[in-house]
Each structure stands twice: as C-alpha cells, then as structure tokens.
Design a protein around this ligand. Sequence first.
Ligand code: F6P
Length: 405
Amino acid sequence: MMRVGILTGGGDAPGFNAVIYGALLRAYQAADVEVVGIKKGWKVFTYKNEDITPELVAKYTQVLDISELDDLHTKGGTIIYTSRSNPFKALAKVKEEEKEIRAKEIGKDMASKFDKLGIDALIAVGGDDTCGVAAAMYQFGNAKVCACPKTIDNDLAGTNYTFGFFSGAQLASNALDNLTTTAHSHQRIFIVEVMGRDAGWLTLYSGLSAGADIILLPETPFDFEKHVVKVLKERANTGYKYHIIACSEGAYPCKKSIEEDFKVVDIKKAIEELPKDVFGNPLLNKLNMAAKITKELKDREDLAEFFEKCDANYEIRSVVLGHTMRAGSPNVFDRVLGLRYGYHAMGYIIKGDYGKLSSLQGTEIVPVDIIEGSKKSLVDIHSDLIELRNAMVSVKHKSKEKLFK
Ligand code: F6P
C-alpha cells in the first residue's frame, strides 16, 4: 500500500477540491494507494522534526475516503484548508553565497518529514510559492513530490492556464458588467480594483470581456495623464456619461507619472512602505490603487470643469472586488481542468515519475519539470492581448467621434 499526501497551499482558488477528487479517482483505480490530506498547506512542514508528535500528525493529516466525498470537484474552497506557510522562509535572511547550502538542508529536512507524516510521496497543489517550495524540496531534498498549478492570477510559467483563473475572471467580468447599470444611472466614473497580485491576467481578461473603458495592468505601468485623465476627457467630450476603469490591484503609475502626476497621494512612498508576505512579495492589495486613483481624480478641478462643460457628472467611486473573486464553486473549465491536473499528478506519482507538474499544453495535460514549471509568468506586453486592450480602450470613443463628424 502506497500512501500519498496531498496539500493545498496559498490563496484558495475554485478548483482546489476538483484536483483532490481527480487524484482520488486515480488512486482508487490503482487500488493500492491511500490518499492522505495534509491540512493547511506547508504548515506542518515548518515544525521541527522533534515537535512532530503523533498528536500533531493527527491534527494535520486526514485520510481522504472517496466514498465519502461524492462530487467533491463541484465544491469551492478546499476541504483540507490552506495557508501561506513557507518552510524556506529562513532563506530570505541568509547571505547569497550560503543560500544553496541552507536550501539543501531545508529541502532534506522537509523530505525527512514524510516518514513522520506517514506518507511515501506528496502532491502539492498551489501557485508559484507553493509549487516553488515543492520544486526546492525535489531539487535539494530529492523528495518524491509532484505539483498541480493553481491560482486565480494565472501567473505560472509551466502551464497555459492555472485552474481557478477562469472562475475568478468570470466573477470579475460579471461584476464589471453589473456595475455599468449603477454607473449609468448615476453617470459616474467607477474604478474597479481586480485581484492579481503582480500579474494582470485577471484584469485583462475580465476587462476585455466586459468592455471596460480603461484597463490598468501591472505589466504596463500607467501614465496617469495619458492613460486615465486624457481618455476620460476624450470620452466625456464624445458624449459618454459613465466610465468603467478596470484596475489591477498590482497596477502602478510609471516613473514619470509617479514624479509628475500624483499630487494628493505620495504614491512612491506608499509603494516603498508596503508590507511583504512570508515569501517576500509586496502586498500590493494593501496599496488599494483604485482608492488612490479615486483620491487623485477627485482633486482634479480641471477635470471636473471639463466634465461640466460636456454636461457630464463628475462623480467617482471605487470598488474593490477582492475575495469575491475567489468565492463560490468552480466553473466548468476549472472543474474539468482541476480533475485532470489531480488525476494526472497522481498518475505520475504512481509511476514514480517525481518532480513533475501537471501542465495544460494546448488541449493536452503533460508532465513538465517542476522547477521550470513553478516559475512566474506575467502578461507578455508584446502579445495580441495588449494590442487588443489598447484598441478596446482607444477605438470605442474615437469611433463615435468619427461617426458624429
Ligand atoms: O494569489 C492569489 C491572490 O488572490 C491574489 O490575487 C491576491 O493578491 C492575494 O491572493 C490575496 O491574498 P490573501 O487571500 O492572503 O489576502
């Protein structure tokens, strides 16, 4: 009998349970595999070996019985809980030249915990942080581990799409769509902050899908005057009375804009002073960019006057979609993708093909190297998606101008 652990780490994403169910289906077929849920991500791996008592093991592990989990893939969240624990956290304080030695020590130490936890191998389900830990554990500790790529942010290099992304993007698109009715009724400008720590995929897809009037992404730092103020003026001038700005939580002004345009808010200081998470990422969601832009716009008397001349209201509101984007059950795509990722990852483990990440390549699920696959990927600023974003933002009102002339 082989015992395979499975853990879910990082921010939850619709589809976590689908991966677990996919892994359970494959394990059941193999007949001699027991699946053990490791609760709260990497948390139990942060304990010292001597502190991992049978009581602690009982607290952090749970045998997952497929017969009791019918249709688990349809449920949101994760039944085995998640956390942002990072067993490699100590590395951040180690000198560059000592990093590899220390990483090896941590990796080996983590691999040695399998015995204590009563597992032979492990499937880690998570984003770049969680999969990065699994990759380091494999690289430095020779651990029998595979991974599945999750995150609503869609920012993992090893796959075409992470599960969770399309559910999150759909929720954001719905919200942007729905906000147009209140924006229209009050003739207001809405700045809608969309999740996606340092990748703009969610904002780009939901913004394009809902036809947002301005789309601000972390990959293309915005020029406040050119990309916000000027577009709003042009739109008001062509007769538009309401405006929807989709703003990624990781979006920030370009250098010139930081120095010249932001008067009310000291944006430079705000970015520098951001707290960091346990993986060292600046917590951009704490910046609340939508509120900062709102504050800046509210102070712009010139814009208010311009809007008045165009017989348009100048009222601004900001909305943070935040965790509503991770809430609820996964959509069709994420249910099926999650099932496939989990099913295949369990297959790799059963074959002894460790160090692999289940990856979507076109329409196929293939195993890719866990180290390469766990790296981050952002929106390619030279892609057609950015070209489309630029067209969407500029053509709509310009096309009307032509029509009226
Ligand atoms: O990484 C996924 C994500 O949802 C990001 O888009 C967001 O910045 C972050 O998690 C929020 O994390 P938390 O739930 O820990 O506040």
